[in-house]
Design a protein around this ligand. Structure first.
Ligand code: A5P
Length: 235
């Protein structure tokens, strides 16, 4: 067997994805995250499904739903299943200690947050470069805004000091699966993610933001030496 050399970050993502997929058991409803690391986990899950594992998945984006269909992973929806046993999803930043997250560079943050919020467990799979002491700065904070009046919402976010930039897909504003747009904001050092999330969500025209506070129950970090599992402290 030939093993092709993979870029370093990609192999660390694989390490994390493989460890997370071990948590999936027969009969589970599984939240299927979006992004490159969650896609690797889905591919590994599909291999287990092909070997007889019986699960159903709830996808967080049309893109990941298409991958699941192509790989033969059965899908369900919230009409048939209100609760998800385990969601496996990626993140752009993970705060050591609190396990709060920034997500949404892939543009699926709203569905990802809905799925995470309906999950008993949210396992976040990342390579070690995503771990930070405090959220902010390193990557933009994606904020999903309604397409109607996006110009005025962007102005409101500018006035509030978040230096938003409307995300583009070619020469058109990027459209999420829900038909909204994304404003990538610059927030240097987020001292209180819950307070910032509340302020952003209270802004007229904002649908949601990429701060995931108190949702991740476990982080699986891919290192060259193997997978590290960090669990949320209870109580
Ligand atoms: C998708 O909207 C995002 O939240 C992704 O989960 C996040 O950007 C991580 O993606 P990668 O695994 O590709 O880095």
């Amino acid at each position: 067997m030939t093993i092709e050399a993979a870029p370093a970050a990609d192999s660390l993502k694989r390490v994390a994805a493989a460890r997370a997929v071990e948590e999936i058991e027969d009969g589970m409803v599984v939240g299927l995250g979006s992004g490159s690391t969650a896609t690797l986990a889905l591919e590994m899950l599909a291999e287990r499904v092909a070997q007889g594992l019986r699960i159903v998945g709830i996808p967080t984006s049309e893109t990941i739903a298409a991958v699941a269909r192509r790989l033969g992973v059965p899908l369900t929806d919230f009409e048939r299943n209100r609760r998800i046993d385990v969601t496996i999803d990626g993140a752009d930043q993970v705060a050591r200690g609190t396990l709060d997250l920034i997500k949404g560079l892939g543009g699926a943050l709203l569905r990802e947050k809905i799925v995470a919020s309906a999950s008993k467990r949210m396992i976040v799979v990342v390579d070690e470069t995503k771990m930070v002491n405090r959220l902010g700065g390193k990557t933009p904070l994606p904020v999903e805004i309604a397409s109607f009046g996006w110009q005025t919402t962007l102005h409101r976010l500018t006035e509030a000091g978040y230096a938003p930039r409307l995300r583009y897909d070619g020469d058109r504003p990027f459209a999420t699966d829900g038909g909204n747009h994304i404003a990538d904001c610059v927030v240097a050092d987020i001292a209180d993610p819950a307070a910032l999330e509340a302020r952003l969500r209270a802004t007229v025209g904002v649908v949601d933001c990429g701060l995931f506070v108190g949702l991740a129950t476990e982080i699986v970090v891919g290192h060259t030496a193997g997978a590290e599992v960090i669990k949320r402290r209870v109580g």
